[in-house]
Every structure is written in C-alpha cells, then in structure tokens.
Design a binder for this molecule. Sequence first.
Ligand code: B12
Ligand code: SF4
Length: 450
Amino acid sequence: MSSHVDIALVNLPHRTLGTYPVGEHLGLCYLASCLRQAGYRTEIVDGCIHRMSLSGVVREVQRMRPRVTGLSVSEPCLPQAIVLTRHLRRAIPDLHITAGGFLPTLAGEGVFRLIPGLNSVITGEGELAILDLMRRLGSSSLGEGIVLHGEKPALDELPPPARDTLPLHVKMGFPASLSTSRGCIGTCTYCSAGSYARASGGAPWRARSIESVVAELESLVKEYGVRIVKIVDDNFLGPQNGAAARVREFVNQLKALRLKARFSLSARVDTITYDMLEELKSVGLSFLSVGIESCVQRELDEWDKNSTIAQIRAGLRALDKSRIPYNAGFIMFGPNTTLEELRIKVEFMMGFAPSTPAAALNVMRPFCGTPLAFQLQDAGRLRGKPGFLSFSFSDPRVAAIHQNLKTRLLRCFRSAVITEADRYRGSAVSRAAQRGLAELSELVLRAGGQ
Ligand code: B12
Ligand code: SF4
C-alpha cells in the first residue's frame, strides 16, 4: 500500500480539568515547514484544537497512511503517548513511530521503556534531526531504537512555521502564536524549560533578528487577519544587559510599520522596568506573565531563582504602575516549605495578584530531568513515575495541610468546571481558587503557623 503522506506530526489530545488546552503547536509547525521545504509531504494532526479522542487520532493517521508518525510528548501527555503508540503499532504495523519534545529530551533513552513501541527518539530542537531521520529512513544506517540529537538551528534561517491550524484558532477567537527567542538564561531547579534548553546543548538563550520577528507579525496581521498574538518565549527580554535595547528595536520597528495587534509575553520579573513596559504597551502589549514563585528568600535561593525579594517587589511595582494586566506564577507548596513560610506566603497572596488566585495554590511539580527531580531522588523523596512525579514534604504539618486542601480543592475545581460553560470557566475556577486560598489560610492558622 503506498503512502499518502510522508510524515504525520501529532499534537497529543490532553485534557486538564476536562478542557483541551488551546494554542498552535509551534514546534510541530516549524517541523512541518522544514519538512515541506525539503519536499516531504507533511500533515499535522492537532488533537487539541480538534478536540479529538485517541481513537480519532488513530483513524486520522490511518486515513493519511504516512511512512512516519512523529509524536510531540510533554511529560503530562505521557499516558496519551503510551496508549496512542500501542494503538498505532497495532493498526499500522510497519509505521515508523518517532517521538520528540520535552519528555524525550529530558528522559533520553529512557523513553523507549516509558513508551514501548517507538522506533526512534529525537532529543533537542527537532528541525534538523527530523530531516536527518527522513533521509536515513530505509537505509542500513538507521537501526531500531535509535536516538537522534537535534543540533540547534540558526533561527533566522528557518522557514516561517506552517500555519495549518491558525485559521481555526482565529475563527474560534484564540491568539496566533509567535516565537521570537528560544530557551532561557535561568537555572531555576524546578523548570523544565531551562533544563530543556541546557540539555539541548549550545547557547541556553538565543533570539531571532527583530526584522524577521516583525515581518512575521506583519504577515500574521495582514495575511491571516490575526488581532491577538501570544509570544510563546520563556523569556522574551533575554539577558538583562541586552533587554532594553531589544525592546527599543522591537518597538521602533513596529511603530514604523503602524501595525495594530495586541500581544502577550512572558518575562523574568527581575528584568522588567517601568520604561520597558510603557514602550511595549505603546505598541500593543496587553498581557504579561511573570514568575515570582515565592516571597520567601530562602526558597528563591533553594530554587536557584537568582533573584531577590527586593527585585520582585520592584518588578511588581513597575507592573502595577503601568496598569498592564498580568499573571504572576507562584508556587505555594515547595518540598521544603515550612509552616511559618506557608503562613507568610498565604498572607502575601491574599493581599495581592487578583488575576492569579489559582497560582496561589500551586504545588511544585518535579518534572523528569530537572535538577529538582534529581535532588529529590538523591534524598529519597521523589515519588511516583514520569508523568505523575511528586515528592514527600519535609515539614509534616505542611504535608497534612496540603493533603487536606487537595481533597477539598479537587471537589471545588471539578464542580467549577462542570457547572459553567467554557467562556465563564475562567472566573469559576478563579472563584474556586479564592475559596481555596481562604481555606488554606484557615488550615495554616489552625496548624499553629505564627
Ligand atoms: C505555548 C505553550 C503551550 C501551548 C501550545 C502547545 C504546545 N505543545 O506547543 C498550549 C497552551 C496549548 C500548551 C499546552 C500544554 N502545555 Co505548554 N507550553 C507552551 C510553551 C510556553 C511554549 C511552547 C513553544 O511553542 N515552544 C517553541 C517551539 C518552537 O518549541 P517546542 O514546542 O519545544 O518544539 C521544538 C522541540 O521541543 C522539538 N519537538 C517538539 N515536539 C516534537 C515532536 C517531534 C516528532 C520531534 C522530532 C521534535 C519535537 O522540536 C521543536 C522545534 O525545535 C512551553 C514552554 C517552552 N519553553 O517550550 C510550555 C510547555 C511545553 N508546556 C508544558 C505543559 C505542562 C503543557 C500542558 C500539559 C499544560 C496542561 N496542563 O494542559 C499542555 C500540553 C498540551 C500538549 N498537547 O502538548 C510544559 C511541559 C513540561 C514537560 N516537562 O513536559 C512546558 C515546558 C511549560 C513548563 N515550563 O512547564 N502549552
Ligand atoms: S526564569 Fe523562568 S523560564 Fe527561565 S529557567 Fe527560571 S522558571 Fe524557567
């Protein structure tokens, strides 16, 4: 039977609290544009935007009859990757199944054990390695169970990402995605993005030229009718010493084009200044995500955040003054959070961040291959398996509060999600989180947090 396409790239359907996360999968879009440029017939099967079941994905891949299927696997999607690989292997026995993305990069060869049935694994950025795989397919140089490591490509030499799923995103009112830089200079112990950037080798943070970014933004607005853009970079501003100049160049070029688009981005809170925010706001910055993570210096140091409470406060003051809506990432429960620290954190969160009550209840998640996961493993405190890793708390009083809160909150969040329609869900979850925060405060008081 001849193939209809050479390769099908799959974004695994994955639901959190019953909903599919939404956003273009730019990683797969870049792979698709590189593969097409090299002449390979390539399709993207986006299980999230099309709200597919796993058997729906299998049927779609069967219909396409590809020689190769590439799965993008982040750690929370591991269960879906395991089931899908088993079904695909059964349905199309001679299909070459490869996997790339965060989990394969951070777990390396271990992925063959985690996802039985894979033929190969690609670690790091995939554009060059997937071309290598396609070229070697069928030749004797390609054995079974091989790991190909992707060299980092020069970002300005990549073709623009394929925008197959963009029209549907626009139609449904979701933003387009844009990547202006990759990686992060940070070394935060819990962060898989920083660990991924380092595991991929080469410079931990690199950026596209502002010319190419602005040209892509212009094409999104003019060709696709995009009104809102999500800049997906972990750290749009990059290293502190170049941040102001990068912002100025970006702003000047956008002003010269008189482009009208709103955009959101993420940045380190210790890098932003009021002036940068004002400049970015003048060309459409409408939302910013920053990670403060803790208001306890001991924890910031333990997690290698490389920032101080004073810097965080200055960043937050700049944000408040600029009146740009923002989301502040926060980790309420760390592995070594003490009861007294929990009390300080609850108090901090109750007096702040109206847009982020849900973040106030976050538990640190040890992702595979991060320094945090290794530290917990060495201390014998890592629990569960990849996809479901957790840890034991050092303070038993915090463990008890977390356990108590978890059971109640789950009920609270589930009912918030079930009772309200999609567009009201944000506020329902937010109200549930606010209730949760109040409950947490009560639990801390009862446990004797001074
Ligand atoms: C935008 C974004 C989203 C968007 C778009 C989804 C997506 N998968 O791209 C939305 C909002 C939908 C989303 C959802 C989720 N996300 Co998300 N997301 C991001 C973010 C901020 C940027 C991704 C991006 O566009 N990068 C730029 C592109 C160019 O790079 P890339 O996607 O990594 O792809 C490259 C390589 O990884 C590789 N590659 C990737 N896939 C494949 C597949 C093959 C076959 C090959 C060969 C190579 C390859 O090649 C690509 C090109 O170089 C990242 C943070 C980050 N630093 O990446 C988190 C991140 C990937 N997300 C994460 C998580 C946890 C999720 C969710 C599980 C959240 C949830 N609870 O629902 C879901 C999973 C949905 C899914 N099916 O993957 C985690 C993953 C953690 C981990 N260790 O696995 C990250 C790292 C955030 C974090 N710091 O924790 N996410
Ligand atoms: S600054 Fe943010 S993206 Fe960078 S390593 Fe730390 S948590 Fe990760």
